[in-house]
Each structure stands twice: as C-alpha cells, then as structure tokens.
Write a protein that binds this ligand. Structure first.
Ligand code: SF4
Length: 290
C-alpha cells in the first residue's frame, strides 16, 4: 500500500512552542529592520505580543509612525523672531545652524487609533487603559474612537542641540528644535484630518490642566506602546519626555471645539490659544458628585 506523503508542518501554526517563539522573535526583528512601508508611513507593532494574532485582530496595525516629515526653516522669519537684523554679525552664524539642523533633523510622530471601552463619571477606559479626567470624560461624551499621539523634534536634533557650548547658539538650537516639533505636529494633524478625522476635532495633553494632571502621562504612554523603539521618545521617572521638545496628547472628534487654555486662568502666557472662560468648568464639566 502506498502512503500519501506526510504534509509539511506550517512553521507558524504547527510548530512546538520554542519554534513559535523563535519565529515570533525573527519577525519582530524583521519588522524593526525592514518596517512595512505604507506611503510615507511606517507601521510597527505597538503590542508585540499581538504580532501573530489571528487576522481578525488588527490591533497591531493601529499604531502609525510618521517619520518622513519634511522640515524647512524660512531663515528671514526665524531671524526676525530672534531679532537678528539683516546686517547683524550674528546672521551668518544663524544661517549655519539652520543649514546644519535641516540636514540632521528627523522630526517624527506616532499615533494610535484606539477605541473607548467604557466611560465612568470622571474617567474613560481606552483599550484597557484608564484615563482619569472629568474634563476629558465630558469632552469624549460622543466619541467612540480617539487618537493618542506623541510628536517630537527627534533624537537627532536633540543630540545636535546639546552639543553647543555657546549660550546664544544653544538658545537658537532650542528654538530650531521647537520649529522641528511644530513641523511634526503639523504633519500629524494633516495626516489625521486627511485619513481619519474629517470634521471638528480637539486635543488634550496631560499636565496642561489640573483637570488632567501630569501623572496621567504614564497611562497615555502605556496606551501608545513602544514610543522609544518607534520614534525615540521616552518618559523619565519625573514624567518628562525625552527629547524634551516633544508633545503628547489625545485627539478626538468633537462638535464643540475645546482648548485647555479656556480652563486655564494663567495670565501673560505667550502660548495662550483661547481666552480664559471663568464659568466654563461650572457650566460644562462640574459633576453632580463634586
Ligand atoms: S494659557 Fe498657557 S499655560 Fe495655560 S493651558 Fe494655555 S498654553 Fe498652557
């Protein structure tokens, strides 16, 4: 009697645990070294354990890295901002720094498409992570999908900026880092509004208001996954982001625009984006239990 040949084992589905583990490690390595290109973006796994999840579980695809962000500084505009006139002896030095920075800089951003599991009185659970803030909770009243993000000037520019001994050049380098961070934020917002959020949106960041304190950075970063491996941003013990010219937050669809500045009474703030509205918290956010 002739036996039919034994089918070859599929290395992904028929292997013993050790082989499975090796295969997973190999693919993780491959994803790091040869990330999947999707237009200008690169997709990494945010939750490494889920790389080999069944097809219907696409959670690993929800973390997107933007790492091909164009960065150009208009020299005249920056010189004017730094009060360096056309005849200033500093102008050539500033141009040199701008040229160096434009060669080195790799601004980046990372975001995740995340779904809200449940909502309490002063918190929301997003993909198993609790974000505690009454203001955030109210702002997400009608949202079921949110976009946590982090954007950065990039480690390349951070290292470059810290290499200057001269105080003035160091200051200029910091301003240039901020320009790179703005470029990353612009690219992120354009990407989100083109791909996901076609209507009105708002954003909140931990630490901008007491109503969503800095400690919440830990939970936001837990939600974002491996930010250091993907774009080089990590959170220190004291909750600072490194590179320091980085911004984290959560963007969401909203009918009524919201700016944290509306709830912030701080006077003389150069970064203010909306006037302080003294009665807003009581009108909109105060809960019955407060
Ligand atoms: S007013 Fe200034 S300090 Fe207050 S939330 Fe706005 S930017 Fe931040």
């Amino acid at each position: 009697m002739r036996l039919s040949p034994r089918p070859k084992p599929n290395p992904l589905f028929d292997s013993p645990a050790s082989v499975w583990h090796d295969a997973t490690a190999t693919v993780k390595l491959a994803l790091r070294q040869f990330p999947l290109e999707t237009g200008m973006n690169v997709i990494y796994s945010a939750n490494k354990k889920r790389i080999w999840s069944p097809v219907e579980d696409q959670s690993f695809m929800h973390t997107i890295v933007l790492n091909n962000i164009s960065f150009h500084i208009e020299t005249d505009r920056l010189a004017e901002k730094l009060r360096i006139g056309p005849k200033s002896r500093h102008l050539d030095d500033l141009k040199r720094l701008i040229n160096e920075a434009q060669t080195i800089a790799r601004p980046k951003a990372l975001y995740k498409t995340a779904y809200i599991d449940s909502k309490g009185d002063d918190y929301v659970i997003v993909e198993g992570v609790r974000l505690s803030s009454r203001v955030l909770r109210v702002n997400l009243e009608h949202a079921h999908r949110v976009f946590p993000y982090v954007a950065t000037c990039g480690t390349e520019l951070q290292e470059w900026a810290t290499s200057f001994g001269d105080i003035l050049e160091r200051y200029w380098a910091e301003i240039i880092q901020e320009e790179a961070l703005r470029a990353a934020m612009r690219a992120l917002n354009e990407h989100l509004s083109t791909r996901h959020l076609h209507g009105n949106t708002s954003s909140m960041s931990p630490g901008r208001l007491e109503a969503w304190p800095m400690e919440e950075q830990r939970n936001l970063f837990a939600l974002l996954g491996d930010t250091e491996g993907s774009i080089g941003v990590h959170l220190t013990e004291s909750l600072l982001m490194v590179p320091t010219k980085s911004v984290s937050g959560i963007r969401f669809p909203t009918e009524e625009s919201f700016e944290s500045c509306q709830l912030c009474p701080r006077e003389r703030c150069a970064g203010r984006q909306a006037p302080y509205d003294k009665g807003l918290y009581d009108r909109k956010y105060r809960s019955g239990t407060e």
